[in-house]
Design a protein around this ligand. Structure first.
Ligand code: AMP
Ligand code: MG
Length: 418
């Protein structure tokens, strides 16, 4: 499963910007070519393997947009109201009836096919019924009003869904509207997930006094599943180079991506780097991102490896910015750049020039009604509460050095990140 070429790691220099790092990796990852079919009910979240041209127009036939009365354009009242004889009743699902006769109107309901010759529908609220069963229609309605022509939504043959589209409920709806029952999708990306660290215990196992329960692995697996991946939970690796190396090598062949958390700093007990070097190739990318750096990138037997930092918030932020685009690229998905929405800062903050920072923030409506981002009061990269008690991340780019209350900042909602 060689998805990545070695020269993508030809970088060894100082700090790399987030955009540069992501650009490099996504340019070099080649997409999985294996395709399978998914039933429509299981298609949400999958990546469409082939584009879909509309096999029929939508709507498939011209129909009424309202409950009302259908008439010929030539009969539209001009200047003053006019009484029409009501002939015919067309319900949704009913067959189109005989052509409307001049001077006549037909009762019609939302979604019912327009009868031949009728081109406009009066809403029932605008129509007065008078003795003798006639319908009085007002003047001034535009020709064609309240009618949905065949193909007005999507003409037949239009490339309605593109290859690489990550399917969301609305895309599934469109496929259903075309009458499709199965879709060609890219097979799920297989990701091996490890945590590293002697201080970690798995939930459900005994925890020594100096240990904490492994939270990152569960966060990362949940994020990967949201991205449509098939995840192998490979537990916790001890801080020991040889066993780390063995475990990483063992899983490489059966996975498209190896993801680790912890052990990528430059401390004496950070062994991921050396382990990867002993069984593959590695460059420690010191990404100019806070919280986050360092992030390790490597290849083991052709399979890319991303080593995320151990601090939970750093792990979360680097997942979003490095792992997410990598997974999308492996799946051949169309790029989904994260677009920060501008809103008002309700805090002041100082930061270093030249690095990207993500500030955990909650949304609040200020007294004047404007939406404001309020910074979480503490900054530690180990604070899980800072992710749980906020709504998203304020993105401060490399050129920013300070934020003052009232300034515009970009905000990424957690809901949009995965
Ligand atoms: P490291 O990147 O291994 O130096 O770890 C940095 C910090 O993150 C340490 O305080 C670790 O205990 C903590 N940490 C590492 N891995 C995890 C994990 N899987 N879950 C929660 N905390 C972790
Ligand atoms: Mg560690």
């Amino acid at each position: 499963m060689a998805q990545l070429s070695d020269d993508c790691f030809a970088f060894g220099g100082p700090m790399m910007s987030v955009d540069e790092a992501v650009g490099l990796i996504t340019a070099r990852v080649s997409a999985i070519a294996e395709i399978e079919t998914a039933a429509l009910v299981d298609a949400d979240g999958r990546v469409l393997a082939r584009g879909i041209a509309a096999p029929l127009p939508l709507p498939p036939f011209t129909n009424s947009a309202v409950d009302g009365y259908a008439v010929r354009n030539a009969d539209l009242p001009q200047g003053e109201e006019r009484a029409f004889a009501v002939e015919g009743r067309i319900q949704a699902g009913g067959a189109a009836q005989a052509p409307i006769k001049p001077g006549h109107t037909a009762r019609i309901f939302t979604g019912a096919p327009m009868p031949p010759q009728a081109e406009t529908v009066f809403m029932q609220e605008d129509v007065r019924l008078v003795d003798g069963g006639k319908a009085v229609l007002p003047p001034g309605l535009k020709p064609g009003a309240n009618v949905r022509p065949a193909g007005e939504d999507i003409p037949e043959g239009y490339l309605a869904l593109r290859a690489g589209q990550r399917l969301r409920p609305q895309h599934v709806a469109l496929a259903a509207a075309f009458g499709l029952t199965r879709l060609d999708v890219v097979r799920r990306i297989r990701v091996a997930v490890f945590s590293t660290g002697d201080e970690l215990a798995s939930p459900g196992e005994p925890r020594a006094a100096s240990q904490l329960f492994d939270s990152n692995r569960f966060m990362l697996m949940a994020m990967l599943r949201r991205l449509g991946c098939e995840v192998s939970d490979l537990g916790i690796l001890r801080d020991e180079r040889a066993s780390l190396a063995r475990s990483l090598k063992e899983v490489a062949a059966a996975h498209d991506l190896i993801l680790t958390t912890g052990g990528v700093s430059t401390g004496e007990e950070d062994h991921v780097k050396a382990a990867v070097e002993s069984v593959g190739s590695l460059v420690l990318w010191r990404m100019a991102i806070k919280p986050g750096r360092p992030v390790a990138m490597g290849i083991i037997a052709g399979t890319p490896l991303i080593g995320l930092p151990g601090n939970p918030v750093a792990s979360f932020v680097t997942f979003v910015h490095v792992v997410r685009p990598t997974v999308l690229a492996l799946a051949g998905a169309l790029p989904e750049p994260l677009l920060a929405i501008p809103l008002r800062a309700g805090f002041s903050y100082k930061k270093k020039l030249g690095r990207r920072e993500y500030v955990r923030a909650s949304l609040r409506r200020a007294e004047d009604g404007t939406l404001e981002a309020i910074k979480f009061p503490r900054e530690g990269a180990g604070l899980l509460s800072s992710l749980v008690e906020t709504d998203g991340l304020v993105e401060l780019d490399e050129t920013v050095t300070r934020v003052e209350p009232g300034q515009r900042v970009g905000f990424l909602s957690y809901a949009d990140l995965i």
